[in-house]
Design a protein around this ligand. Structure first.
Ligand code: PEP
Ligand code: MG
Length: 582
C-alpha cells in the first residue's frame, strides 16, 4: 500500500479500480482470470510478447537499413528488454500463481521496473524508463487490440488517474462512471478542480509524478477530503474508507435537510446563497441544496463540452434550461471567459500563442476582439431574459474603458433585436466581476456604472499575489486568507455600499466555511458557491450573529500572515460548528 499526497479540491472518498490515462489511454478491463483459464491466458501473453518482439525486430531492421546501424541500435535495446527471460518469467508467475490477467500482470511488472530505474536519480537512466513504458504500451496494444479508452465513453465505474485533465476533458467525464479523479498537476482553483466540484466527485490534484506507480485496474482510493490517493490499500484501510463513505453519506443527507431552512444568521439577518454552475443540468443541484438562484453561470463550458461552436440557438436553449425551472429566482449569466487553459477546439484559430496566457487575450478582452461571438451570446442572453430574472455579467474587467465598451456592445445588440422585432429584455441588470486588482482598487468608480459586483476570489488571489492558480509548485503561496485579499474585499464592499451596489462573492472562497464568518463580518450579504458546499455554509450562517462575525473579521485585521489568519479562522469555525472539522 502506498499513499500519495496532493491538493484536495473536491470532497468525498471513493475506492475503485484505477484507469490510468497516459498509457495511450488503454483500459485494463480485468484484474484476474479464472483458474481454469490460466493456461489459455499464458498462451495469449506469449503470443502477444512474440508479436511485440517481431514488431521491434522489424523496426530495428528498417532503421538500420534506412538510417544506419546506430539508429537500429535504439531498437536493439528495446528488443533485448522484450526478450529478457527474467521479465517474461516474472509476468508469467503473476499470471500462473496469482491468476492476474496478462494485461494487469504485464503492466504491474513493467511499471515496477520503470519506477526502479526512475528512482536511481540518474537523469540518463531515468530517461530509459520511457523505453519500458513504450514496451508496456506495445504489449497492451497487442493484448487489447486497438481498443483505446475514450474518456466520454467509459461504461464501467473507474477512478481516473492522469498527468493532467484539461477543462474540456474534465467536462466530458460522465459522473455515473468516473467516480473520482486524481492528477499529477493542477492547483487549488484550477478550472479542472472547479469542475470536479460541479460533477460532485472526489478529486485530488497536484500530486506530482506518481502514474508510474499505478497499473490500470489496480484498486485505489481517492480521498478528496485529505488530498490523498492510496494505491493498493490493505484490507483494514479499505474497510476504514468504506465506513468513512457511509459516515459522509449520512452527514450529507443531514446537511441537505437544511435546504428547506432559511439562510438567516442567528440574529435574523438574511444571507443570500446562490449556486455556481458550469452546465445547465446543475440547476437541479442548486434547487436540491436550497440555493436562492444561480449567482454565476460559467457559460464558456458550452464551448468546452462540444467540438462545434455553439450557435445563438444553442446558447438560448442552454439558458432556457437554467431559467425555466427557476423563473422567479435570479440567474447571473457570465459572458464567455475563454482563454488561457479554457480554449475550445472549435476556436483554435483564434487562440493566442503566448508564453503567459493568463495575462493575455482572455475573457472579456477576447470577446471584445471577437465581436461576432460576443454578440451571438448577448442576443441569446437578452432573449432568454424574457423568461425569468436573468442578469448579465462581464468577467475579468480590468479597466473602465473595457466595461464601457462591453456595455456599448450590449446596447448595440438591443438595437439589432429591436429592429428585427425579436422580444428581449431591455432592463436587464448588468454586473461585472471584480477579479483583477485594478477593478478592486477602482471599485468606487465602477460602482455607479453597474447594477452589481461579483468578487471572483479565484482570479483576484492569482493576480494580487502573482501566483498561478493552477500551478502546484506554488500552491502553498495561493491563499484566500492573505491580508491583501481581505483588504481588497473590504475596499470593494465599502465602495459598493457608498453607491448602493449589491456585491456577491463567487470564488471558491465563498464555498469554504472557514471564511464564511469573516466575509459576513466584512459586510458581505450574498455568497455564490458550488452547490454541494451550500448546506454547510448555511449551517455556519445559522449559527452566527452579525456582531460575532464582525468581531471575527476585525480580529483578522490585526494579523499580518496568511497562515495566522487561516488558523485563527479555522479555530473560530470550530467554535461555531464543533463537528465540522471531523
Ligand atoms: C473567480 O475568478 O473567482 C471566478 C469565480 O471565476 P473563474 O473561477 O471562472 O475564473
Ligand atoms: Mg475568474
Amino acid at each position: 500500500m502506498e499513499i500519495k499526497r496532493g491538493i484536495a479540491v473536491s470532497p468525498g472518498v471513493v475506492p475503485g479500480p484505477a484507469l490510468v490515462l497516459g498509457t495511450e489511454d488503454f483500459r485494463i478491463p480485468r484484474r484476474f482470470v479464472s483458474v481454469d483459464a490460466v493456461e489459455i491466458e499464458l498462451t495469449r501473453f506469449r503470443t502477444a510478447l512474440d508479436s511485440v518482439c517481431g514488431e521491434i525486430a522489424e523496426n530495428e531492421r528498417l532503421a538500420s537499413e534506412r538510417l544506419g546501424a546506430q539508429y537500429g541500435a535504439i531498437f536493439t535495446a528495446h528488443l533485448n528488454l522484450a526478450r529478457d527471460p527474467k521479465l517474461r518469467d516474472e509476468i508469467e508467475v503473476l499470471i500462473r500463481e496469482k491468476t492476474y490477467a496478462p494485461e494487469f500482470a504485464s503492466s504491474r511488472v513493467l511499471r515496477r521496473y520503470a519506477k526502479f530505474i526512475q528512482n536511481l536519480g540518474d537523469h540518463y537512466m531515468a530517461e530509459r524508463a520511457v523505453d519500458i513504458f513504450d514496451l508496456e504500451k506495445r504489449l497492451l496494444r497487442h493484448l487489447l487490440g486497438e481498443q483505446r479508452e475514450e474518456l466520454s465513453h467509459i461504461t464501467e465505474p473507474v477512478l481516473v488517474l492522469a498527468h493532467n485533465l484539461t477543462p474540456s476533458e474534465t467536462a466530458s467525464l460522465d459522473p455515473d462512471y468516473v467516480l473520482g479523479f486524481a492528477t499529477e498537476v493542477g492547483g487549488h482553483t484550477s478550472h479542472t478542480a472547479i469542475l470536479a466540484g460541479a460533477l460532485e466527485i472526489p478529486a485530488v490534484v497536484g500530486i506530482g509524478p506518481f502514474l508510474s506507480d499505478v497499473s490500470g485496474g489496480e484498486t485505489i482510493i481517492i480521498d478528496g477530503n485529505h488530498g490523498e490517493v492510496i494505491i493498493d490499500p490493505d484490507e483494514s484501510t479499505l474497510k476504514r474508507y468504506h465506513d468513512t463513505q457511509v459516515r459522509i453519506k449520512t452527514a450529507n443527507e443531514k446537511l441537505e435537510q437544511l435546504g428547506r431552512l432559511e439562510s438567516k444568521t442567528a440574529d435574523g439577518v438574511s444571507i443570500k446563497l446562490y449556486g455556481n454552475i458550469e452546465f445547465p443540468e446543475e440547476v437541479d443541484h442548486c434547487i436540491q441544496r436550497g440555493a436562492e438562484g444561480v449567482g454565476l453561470y460559467r457559460t464558456e463550458f458550452l464551448y468546452l463540452k462540444d467540438d462545434r461552436e455553439p450557435s445563438e440557438e444553442d446558447h438560448f436553449d442552454a439558458y432556457r434550461r437554467v431559467v425555466d425551472p427557476i423563473p422567479d429566482l435570479p440567474v447571473v449569466i457570465r459572458t464567455l471567459d475563454l482563454g488561457a487553459e479554457k480554449f475550445p477546439h472549435s476556436l483554435e484559430e483564434l487562440a493566442e500563442v503566448s508564453p503567459n496566457p493568463v495575462l493575455g487575450l482572455r475573457s472579456v478582452r477576447f470577446t471584445l476582439r471577437n465581436l461576432g461571438l460576443f454578440k451571438t451570446q448577448l442576443r441569446a442572453i437578452l432573449r432568454a431574459a424574457t423568461y425569468g430574472d436573468i442578469r448579465v455579467m462581464f468577467p475579468l474587467v480590468s479597466s473602465m474603458l473595457e466595461l464601457r465598451q462591453a456595455k456599448m456592445i450590449l446596447s448595440d445588440v438591443m438595437e439589432d433585436l429591436e429592429e428585427e422585432g425579436i422580444p428581449f429584455r431591455r432592463d436587464i441588470q448588468v454586473g461585472m466581476m471584480v477579479e483583477v486588482p485594478s477593478a478592486a482598487l477602482l471599485a468606487d468608480r465602477f460602482a455607479p456604472e453597474v447594477d452589481f459586483f461579483s468578487i471572483g476570489t479565484n482570479d483576484l488571489i492569482q493576480y494580487t499575489l502573482a501566483v498561478d492558480r493552477a500551478n502546484p509548485t506554488v500552491a502553498d503561496l495561493y491563499n484566500c486568507a492573505d491580508p491583501s485579499i481581505l483588504k481588497l474585499i473590504r475596499m470593494v464592499v465599502a465602495a459598493a455600499r457608498k453607491h448602493d451596489t449589491p456585491v456577491v462573492v463567487c470564488g471558491q472562497m465563498s464555498g469554504d466555511p472557514t471564511y464564511t464568518a469573516a466575509l459576513i463580518g466584512m459586510g458581505i450579504r450574498e455568497l455564490s458557491a458550488t452547490p454541494f458546499s451550500l448546506p454547510v455554509i448555511k449551517q455556519v450562517v445559522r449559527e452566527l450573529t452579525i456582531p460575532q462575525a464582525e468581531e471575527i473579521a476585525a480580529h483578522t485585521e490585526c494579523l499580518d500572515v496568511a497562515r495566522d489568519v487561516e488558523n485563527y479562522l479555522r479555530g473560530e469555525l470550530k467554535k461555531i460548528l464543533p463537528e465540522i472539522l471531523d
